[in-house]
Ligand binder design. Structure first.
Ligand code: SAM
Length: 233
């Protein structure tokens, strides 16, 4: 089975670069589940969260760059009242997460998109629509000349703030010390955000957090992950 051009045009794009990914693949079984579920829970380019059939009043929490879905599945299991929006540009990751959310019976509470987070937040999410945002182990882009590709930038931080409700949160993790400090420095100076740990601080690791693939990778390499928590004033 191959995904048709029409299906790809609606739900899939491949243009954004991602750090250190080899071309993955999507199995025939995964394709069948993408075909089944993306028309139901996929957020295609022309739709917005407002027309994604979310129950009114339910908290809406987004994870950006969910990878294989480790953390998204954890959120779905531990927060049965949240509607979850998963954003991930890496198609094999989207395929794995869709299968895992389907396997645990939580997929109908999720909306999934393979579009870049910058597009999603700018075009598909309204102002003050989100209750929370998670970004775990974003791509590090370690070379100085590539720092501009890091997802946490001043403009993106300001965009996130506009999409959060007052009192909404942003939680981030990184196993790369320089990236963790970069994210902290950008977010500490973003108007409207307050660092729960105080300016310059990191929070303790949440006790119930699962280790995502990239946290495990960091652990194996001897790196200690750092965690950030911000609240929109
Ligand atoms: C280093 S991986 C971390 C994956 C997962 N969060 C974890 O902790 O294992 C970063 C992920 O962010 C995704 N990503 C990078 N840029 C993105 C963007 N602009 N919008 C959505 N996802 C993005 C990548 O495809 C990749 O899967």
């Amino acid at each position: 089975m191959r995904l048709s051009k029409e299906f790809r045009d609606q739900f899939i794009q491949h243009e954004m670069r991602t750090h250190g990914r080899k071309n993955g693949f999507v199995t025939v079984g995964q394709e069948a589940r993408l075909l089944k579920w993306l028309p139901v829970i996929g957020l295609s380019k022309e739709r917005t969260l407002a027309d994604a059939n979310l129950p009114s009043g339910a908290p809406i929490v987004m994870e950006i760059g969910f990878g294989n879905g480790d953390f998204l599945v954890h959120l779905a299991k531990t927060h049965p009242d949240w509607m979850l929006v998963g954003v991930e540009i890496y198609l094999p990751g989207v395929a794995k997460a869709v299968c895992r959310l389907d396997d645990v019976g939580e997929i109908q509470r999720c909306r999934i998109t393979q579009l870049p987070a910058q597009f999603v937040l700018s075009n598909q999410v309204a102002e003050e629509q989100l209750d929370g945002l998670f970004i775990n182990h974003p791509d590090p882009w370690p070379k100085t000349r590539h720092h501009k590709r890091r997802i946490i930038q001043k403009d993106f931080a300001e965009l996130m703030v506009t999409r959060l409700k007052p009192g909404g949160f942003i939680k981030l993790a990184s196993d790369k010390a320089d990236l963790a400090e970069w994210m902290r420095d950008v977010l500490d100076t973003t108007p409207g955000l307050s660092n729960v740990a105080g300016v310059g601080g990191f929070i303790e690791r949440d006790a119930d957090r699962p280790e995502t693939k990239f946290e495990q990778r960091g652990n194996k390499a001897g790196r200690v992950s750092q965690f950030l928590h911000y609240i929109k004033a």
